[in-house]
Design a protein around this ligand. Structure first.
Ligand code: ADP
Ligand code: ADP
Length: 226
């Protein structure tokens, strides 16, 4: 289970301190999807960067199965970061690498042996429905396919939490539906906890179990959808 407790984040700027997150509490059970929605400026990106451990919160905790990851740095952070897989709006694939090489990257960085890596990559591409595109380059794929490669890469290290940061923004409705269906299947088949950060309310209605409405750095409303 993922628990975010009293997360605060401020930035010190030339104009003074900007308090962006003002005490966020959020719990996401394994096998469930929580959406975080909110208007531009609400703090969604900042929250996303804190949860994916790209930025350190000013205070508060990010607990994965009881372990606070927000206080780690260096080697310990690198080791624990794999508990959280992130998919981004632009999928962030490397253009000069094939689909298979992109998905293999996290495994390669970890020093996973070659045959194990090949096996994992094949399994991951199968899971996202792109087994036949292993040797394609990102530029040869549609936006939705690229996003599915991004999902396969995010799953490579078997995270507990999958964080989707505006992953369907910019996709057409059909590709969006496919990505949402895939995320719903990952929740069910792998028991992943999923956090969907989005400004698209439609996306939320389809698959989220719970919705947190972020406004002015606080959770203004929190509700169950099913
Ligand atoms: P959202 O993703 O919901 O649009 P953001 O997290 O991008 O919201 O931003 C929330 C607020 O925090 C905005 O007012 C923004 O100007 C401010 N902010 C974000 N990052 C920084 C930063 N690095 N320095 C100062 N202010 C920031
Ligand atoms: P096993 O323990 O034999 O790997 P699991 O039931 O844990 O079996 O997983 C079933 C399949 O799903 C396995 O192929 C595993 O690699 C894959 N899998 C399990 N959890 C994750 C995860 N969080 N991310 C990606 N793949 C996963």
């Amino acid at each position: 289970m993922i628990e975010i407790r009293q997360l605060h984040k401020h930035y010190d700027t030339a104009q003074g301190r900007v308090q962006v997150l003002k005490g966020i509490d959020l719990e996401v059970q394994a096998g469930s999807i929580t959406a975080v929605v909110g208007p531009s400026g609400a703090g969604k990106s900042t929250l996303s960067h804190c949860i994916s451990l790209l930025e350190k919160p000013s205070s508060g905790q990010i607990l994965v199965d009881g372990k606070d990851l927000s206080i780690l740095s260096g080697k310990a952070l690198r080791a624990e970061r794999r508990a959280i897989g992130t998919i981004f709006q632009n999928s962030a694939l490397l253009r000069r690498m094939t689909v298979a090489e992109n998905v293999a990257l996290p495994l390669r960085n970890l020093g996973v042996v070659h045959h194990e890596m090949e096996h994992r990559v094949a399994e991951l591409l199968e899971r996202v429905g792109l087994a036949d595109r292993a040797n394609s380059y990102p530029g040869e794929l549609s936006g939705g396919q690229r996003q599915r490669v991004g999902i396969a890469r995010a799953l490579a290290l078997r995270p507990r939490l999958l964080l989707s940061d505006e992953a369907t923004s910019g996709l057409d409705p059909e590709a969006t539906a496919q990505i949402l269906e895939l995320l719903a299947s990952l929740r069910t088949d792998l028991g992943l906890a999923i956090i969907l950060i989005t400004h698209e309310m439609d996306v939320v209605r389809h698959i989220a179990d719970r919705v947190a409405q972020l406004d002015g750095g606080r959770i203004a409303e929190y509700g169950e959808l099913r």
